[in-house]
Write a protein that binds this ligand. Structure first.
Ligand code: ATP
Length: 316
């Protein structure tokens, strides 16, 4: 039995620590990048039983990804290897610490070949929560069908569905994305959009109005991420803002949303109130932005407990 099951594409990431255009970059560091595996690693570091899987190319990069994630204490036993397509890679260009571009080499990748009939339904059904992102349905028709199948399994088994829209406009246009994301949001129990994503989907700018436009029924929980300002939450009983933690220097903003998701889910799995769970998410998001890399900064439980005890909350 698992606390959380998740799946989606993780790629090998090549990045450089020099602030030059990619065409002048001579050396790259090999890391991994993938929203769902970031969340899985975040949860594992907080002490949860979590499973992540994907379809990987039967190649060195596929093996590297699985070993890395398994090394973080995540169950990767449901990963599937294929000879049909390679593991995807992407490159990160850092022009300034805040001006970062990514270049994907993922079209037709192994993960995009994932199919609904390849899901282990018993495995997904054994989890307390199923985490899904809006990236997977953008990969291919068959990956989109896999997302819908996983939702069907989760609903049949009473597994709570956590959905992060994670809009990637390099993978699909907003016109293509909108109806699919709206439909997936309607089916989820807990939805974690960023405020800018909420604006892209609904046209609204206020967190309350964004949620009003997205909500399908009373039982849904929404948490809207507001960057340094923290987050807005609302469920059937309560709503409010939880201020962000003070960060001395934002080293790398990427991955904050995934760390935040891990924190909110961890809090709810521990039986905390939604407000306490969001505060845990804020603490982890604030820790992650202070460290370079998507997963490197994800804290262990002891570190985040310390952060929660500190009086580092913004007063504005
Ligand atoms: P990502 O870049 O990972 O996709 P996102 O847009 O999904 O991020 P953000 O709102 O940028 O999400 O960040 C998620 C959470 O991390 C915020 O709700 C907040 O709790 C925390 N956070 C992000 N940036 C900062 C910051 N500069 N200072 C303090 N906390 C931050």
């Amino acid at each position: 039995t698992l606390d959380v099951a998740t799946f989606g594409e993780t790629m090998v990431l090549f990045s450089s620590d020099r602030l030059v255009p990619l065409e002048y970059t001579h050396q790259f560091y090999k890391q991994i990048g993938g929203a769902e595996s970031n969340v899985a690693i975040g949860l594992a570091r907080l002490g949860h039983q979590v499973g992540w899987f994907s379809k990987l190319g039967n190649d060195p990069f596929g093996r590297y990804i699985e070993k890395f994630i398994r090394g973080e204490g995540v169950d990767t036993s449901r990963c599937i290897y294929t000879d049909q397509a390679p593991t995807a890679v992407f490159f990160k260009e850092k022009l300034t610490p805040k001006n970062i571009n990514v270049y994907y080499y993922r079209k037709g990748s192994a993960a995009s070949l994932l199919r609904a009939d390849e899901l282990d339904e018993t495995y997904i059904g054994s989890a307390k929560m199923l985490h899904l992102s809006g990236i997977t349905p953008a990969l291919s028709q068959s990956a989109k069908e896999a997302v819908y199948k996983a939702i069907e399994v989760a609903k049949a088994k009473g597994v709570k569905i956590v959905f992060d829209p994670n809009i990637r406009l390099k993978l699909w246009s907003i016109e293509e994305a909108k109806p699919v994301l709206l439909d997936l949001i309607r089916q989820a129990d807990i939805v974690l959009p960023g405020v800018e994503e909420g604006q892209l989907i609904t046209g609204e700018t206020q967190p309350e109005k964004i949620v009003d436009a997205l909500r399908a029924h009373e039982q849904q929980t929404f948490v809207v991420k507001l960057g340094a300002k923290g987050a807005y939450y609302t469920n059937s009983q309560e709503k409010g803002y939880v201020p962000g933690f003070t960060v001395e220097e934002v080293v790398d903003p990427v991955g904050a949303g995934d760390g935040f998701a891990a924190g909110v889910m961890s809090g709810l799995l521990r039986g905390w109130t939604i407000q306490e769970a969001v505060r845990l998410g804020n603490a982890i998001g604030a820790i992650v932005v202070g460290v370079s890399g998507d997963v490197e900064g994800l804290p262990y439980w002891a570190e985040v407990q310390q952060k929660l005890e500190d009086n580092g909350t913004r007063q504005d």
